[in-house]
Each structure stands twice: as C-alpha cells, then as structure tokens.
Design a protein around this ligand. Structure first.
Ligand code: EPZ
Length: 419
C-alpha cells in the first residue's frame, strides 16, 4: 500500500486543471447497458473506481476500451446479469448496473453493496422504486435479485433524495412502458449530466436537476458520445488547499455554477474569489488568518457532504470556533481522530463537529479511511509543521486523478512512496 508524504508549510500558487467527475462518469458508464450501440465517453477521470466499473461492464459482456480519458463502450450482447460480491465490495457504485440490467434484459442479480466507512449505505429506496416499476425484487444470501418482463411507468417517491437511487430509477424508467415520475429526486449536477447523456440517446426525460423528474419510456436507446462534467468536489478540494496554505490558486476547466455552496462558505472565511466562465481564482495570500465558519451538509443545492472533511481540515486552522453538522451520512467523521493526532482541537457531538482552530497543526503519520477523509488529511498535511505521512492512499486513488502531481504543480512538497 502506497504512502503519500507531505512536508508542510509551502504556500500554494498556480493553476490546476480539474478532471471529469467520478460521480458522473460512473452512472454514465453503467447506463451504456441500456443500448447495444457504441457510446464514446470523454473526460472520464483516470481513477480506480472508473477502472472497476469498466471491469464490471466487461464481466457482464460489454466491450470496453479505455484510452486515457476516453472510454468506448459497446454493450451489444450482455452474457451475464450478475454483479458479484467480489467486485461490488470494492465499489458500492456497482449497484448502478441494477436498473439498466433490469430495464434492458429483464433481470439482474447484484450483490448488496454493504456498508462502508461513512455509514450503513442502505439501498432500500432503489429497491422500493424498482418494485413500483413492476419488478419482482428479493434479497437473499447477500444478493439483490430483480426480475421483470417489461417495467411499467409509475409514480415513485424517494423518502430521501438519494443520488444513486435517483440515477438507478431514472435509468430503469427510460425503457419502461409509460411514464414514470420520481418525486423528491436528488438534484446533484451529476444527475443532470446523466440525464443529458440519456436524452442524447433518445430517452425522454424532463426535470432532471429539480426534485420532480418525469421519464417517458421508449423501446431502446441509441449510442452517443458525451463529455463528462468537471468534478466539483475535486475543484473544491484544490480551492481549500489554496486557502489552507494562504496561497493563490486557480482551478481551471471547472463549472463555477456547480460550486456555489462551497464558494459561499470559502468567501465567509475571508478569502477573495474571482469567478470566470470555466475557472475560479482563490486568493488567501493577503489575510492573516482564516475566519471560522459554520457548515451544514445537505443534499444539493446544500453544502455537499463530500466536502465536509476538507472543510473540517480548513476549520482546524481557522481563527475561532466553527460547527460542522453532517446531516447526510451517519458516521462520516473518520478524519477527526487523525486530524486530532495532528493537533486539531475537534469535539464530536452527535452529528456535529465543534472545531476550535489552532495556529498550526503538526505533521504526523495518519491513516486514510475513505476517499474524502483522506483528502482532508492531505490538506491538513499541506499546512502542518513538519512531515505528514498518509497511509493507505488507495482510498484516494479511487476518486482523485494524479492528486500529488497536481498539488506538486501548485508548489506542494508532496510525493508518493510506493509500497
Ligand atoms: C452518492 O452516494 C455519491 N457516490 C457519494 O460520493 C456522495 O457522498 C453521496 O451521493 C451524497 O451526495 C456516487 O455518486 C457514486 P445517497 P449515494 O444514496 O448515492 C440514504 C464520494 O466520496 N439512503 O445520496 O450512495 C443514505 O443512507 C462518494 O465520491 C437511504 O436511506 O448516496 C444516506 O444517508 C461517497 N436509502 C443518504 O440517503 C437508499 O436506498 C444519501 O445517500 C439510499 C440512500
């Protein structure tokens, strides 16, 4: 297992280009199952989760070629509708093949994803929605088994605006007979990106990005090409890196309109921000200390839970006391103990973090646990006194493309020590 070693204290300056969004590429790749023609997906990030999705599609029988940031998929004949535990346990998002397999082939057997470091991660809303669409769904021996001759449009209400639940149900509804309405749908930009791709292929979808999505089923979907939207969480992570080191960074090739809650919170800390069409400039070089701000994570358009750990790291060195409330997942505080080892003053009160900022953190060996907690530890290492070693960086490689290279470009003293 590789380790990332950071010598803190460098002020970050310069520009970094944002990669395609992992959480958009994954459902878009899964949706290629909905048709037999070739799909060309561009701006796909070269991260482990995308490689894993490619392996799953090949296991199902699709032809998948990865060339750099391009994936070419042809799901002409699927010879299996099984997503096995061995693969699903390495990536929960494998559950995204459930809806497409069921809609296209009338059956799917997908391992229950199981919990992970940030919570129990149930899929009950996915299954209740597919049942509403007329599928026979059972859960046995750790597997979801779904069967249906042809799905029928239905009215589905999501108890929680689940991102992958909305994506699974939207994909399944594309080939259902009749009209489906998904109420209390998730509104993340990645839902809109998936709907754009499906629409290019002949799907009839209205309302993606709002809490009511209407899908009129069609017989089949054509192939198409698509450019995945930039990763708003990656962009937010590099902006926080600039703020933490009191530098001046530019994130290029991003969608500022997908960053509104993050930019609003960063502005409250006292940094200056300039927004261009596809770039954000952050300058923290002229402020003595960042101001503590309160954050409450919420489904989109609220502050994204995937930026909570990064904000906790930022608040650990801000002036004053901040309260970060995590309302989306029940235990997304794996970064807290590790930040404490670096000298952070953080109290956990239920689903809230009470953080009293300190002048300097101190470098230490810390353990990565999940993708975004690991990013928070890297950020803390950038401004800590001394050396920070982040162990088990395979968590990072799941969702950040060339993280240490991009941070080196910005002037960070960071390197990867191969296991
Ligand atoms: C997606 O996960 C993202 N993953 C997560 O990003 C992200 O943190 C999360 O959305 C929230 O924005 C992908 O898109 C691949 P949810 P997802 O279903 O869809 C509850 C990262 O770091 N829920 O929106 O699994 C659930 O317990 C990852 O890139 C149910 O109760 O999240 C949670 O409390 C981590 N029943 C809440 O909804 C269900 O059937 C939100 O979960 C489904 C979800």
């Amino acid at each position: 297992m590789d380790t990332i070693v950071i010598t803190g204290g460098n002020v970050l300056h310069g520009e970094v280009r944002i990669s395609g969004a992992k959480n958009s590429a994954l459902p878009i790749l899964a949706s290629t199952i909905l048709g037999g023609e070739e799909c060309v997906i561009n701006n796909v990030p070269q991260v482990v989760d995308v490689v894993t999705m490619g392996k799953l599609l090949r296991l199902l029988g699709a032809q998948v070629e990865h060339e750099g940031n391009r994936a070419v998929v042809r799901a002409g004949v699927i010879h299996s509708t099984q997503a096995p535990y061995e693969l699903v346990k390495t990536m929960r998002a494998s559950v995204l093949v459930l809806g497409p397999l069921l809609a296209r082939w009338g059956e799917a057997t997908v391992s229950l994803p199981g919990g992970c470091a940030i919570g129990s991660r149930p899929v009950n809303i996915h299954l209740a929605g597919l049942t509403k669409l007329g599928a026979e769904v059972s859960v046995e021996h750790g597997y979801i088994r779904a069967r249906s001759r042809r799905l029928k449009g239905a009215l589905i209400y999501c108890d929680v605006p689940t991102v992958t639940g909305t994506e699974n149900l939207m994909m399944a509804a594309c080939l259902a007979q009749g009209t489906t309405t998904i109420e209390n749908a998730a509104k993340e930009p990645e839902i809109v990106d998936l709907a754009d791709f499906l629409t290019k292929r002949g799907a009839k979808i209205a309302g993606a990005g709002s809490d009511i999505i209407t899908i009129e089923g069609v017989r089949e979907l054509r192939g198409s090409d698509h450019e995945v939207i930039p990763d708003r969480i990656e962009a937010g992570t590099y902006l926080v890196a600039g703020a933490m080191t009191k530098g001046a960074v530019v994130v290029n090739g991003c969608r500022p309109d997908h960053l509104e809650p993050v930019l609003a919170k960063l502005l409250e800390t006292g940094v200056t921000i300039k927004v261009e069409k596809e770039a954000v400039h952050l300058d923290a070089s002229k402020i003595n200390r960042l101001k503590a701000v309160d954050v409450r994570t919420l489904p989109s358009p609220g502050f994204p839970t995937d930026m909570q750990a990064q904000m906790a790291a930022l608040m650990a060195v801000a002036e004053g006391t901040s309260v970060i409330t995590e309302t989306v997942f029940e235990s997304r505080f794996m970064h807290v103990e590790e930040l404490r080892r670096m000298g952070a003053n953080i109290r956990v009160e239920g689903n809230r973090l009470v953080i009293t900022g300190c002048e300097r953190l101190t470098g230490a060996p810390v353990m990565a646990s999940d993708l975004r907690a690991s990013a928070g530890l890297i950020l803390a290492g950038l401004c800590a006194d001394g050396v920070t070693e982040v162990l088990r960086v395979y968590h990072l490689d799941r969702g950040y493309e060339r993280l240490e290279e991009k941070l080196q470009t910005l002037g960070a003293a960071i390197e990867r020590r191969k296991a």
